[in-house]
Design a protein around this ligand. Structure first.
Ligand SMILES: [Fe+2]
Ligand SMILES: [Fe+2]
Length: 287
């Protein structure tokens, strides 16, 4: 660099604060797995669903869309703070922002394509996402977003693919799940790198999850809009037998989310008991 140039303030300038050993693989996977709403989704195969099922799909799409926005804003707000020396991190996070923009696009489009459009955004979801978007520390933000939130979303997207009422929704869930797998891998890889050097950071990460859960103490559980929509979505309708089936499916989903969160936390070196309590503290909003 020529002498006398301007000073840039890039607050993220220590390798440990941002690095992940798998960046090269993650970037090349992200580039080769790009897909397009226009080219890769069989929109013309969308059937006319019973109104209650289509309504449930639209409510689920609304919930997904607002969460996708949070997943877009978190990497986006950190991107411009990373010193360009770490171009590999910038590249992976830029791809992540593109992925989330596509998720926002397709989930919104799925809601509109069926004729009903987006549903209701609950205050509980908004409150949960606000605590995520405003987290100022890079590692804590990616712990909350990727390890806890997007990790939980892997279970959700798999559930939504398995129970999808139409081939369009199933295709969206399968492709979004593949993208989210990479996002979770970045967050987990970064935390693995950081914790290898600073194992004591586990305590502050755990404290962040607890703090967030206290801020959301007024939120008793998953928004009823989302819960009911998931029941109808997986049960296939509103008859008592369908509701019973859907409610059982959704309980199974909660158990699977908890199991996989504990597994990811233990893989990062948290003890079994800490993993159990952190998983229980995780926001009922899933993200
Ligand atoms: Fe996403
Ligand atoms: Fe994501």
């Amino acid at each position: 660099m020529e002498l006398g140039g301007p000073e840039f303030s890039f607050p993220l300038r220590k390798k440990r604060e941002i690095w992940c050993e798998e960046l090269e693989t993650l970037y090349s996977k992200a580039v080769s797995n790009q897909w397009s709403a226009a080219r890769d989704i069989p929109w013309n195969k969308l059937p006319k669903l019973p109104k209650e099922v289509e309504g449930a799909v639209c409510q689920v799409m609304t919930f997904l869309t607002e969460n996708e926005f949070a997943a877009l804003y978190v990497p986006a707000r950190f991107l411009a703070r990373i010193h360009p020396h770490y171009r590999e991190v910038t590249a992976v996070l830029a791809m992540q922002v593109v992925d989330e923009a596509r998720h926002v696009e397709v989930f919104t489009r799925r809601a509109e394509e069926g004729g009903l459009g987006l549903g209701t955004t609950a205050n509980s979801s908004q409150l949960s996402l606000q605590t995520l978007i405003e987290e100022p520390d890079f590692s804590t933000a990616f712990f909350l977003l990727s390890v806890m939130g997007e990790g939980t979303f892997l279970s959700l997207l798999k559930f939504l693919e398995d129970h999808a009422p139409d081939p369009v929704t199933a295709a969206l869930m399968r492709l979004a799940h593949r993208d989210e797998g990479r996002h979770v891998a970045f967050g987990t890889g970064h935390l693995r790198y950081l914790l290898a050097a600073e194992p004591e950071r586990r305590a502050s990460l755990a404290a962040a999850v607890e703090r967030r859960s206290q801020m959301l103490a007024a939120v008793s559980g998953l928004s009823p809009y989302v819960h009911d929509a998931l029941v109808v979505y997986s049960g296939g309708g509103l008859s008592p037998a369908q509701i019973r089936k859907g409610a059982a499916c959704v309980s199974g989903l909660h158990r699977e989310m908890d199991r996989s969160r504990r597994e990811r936390l233990q893989a990062l070196g948290f003890g079994a008991q800490d993993a159990e309590s952190l998983s229980a503290y995780h926001t009922k909003n899933f993200m």
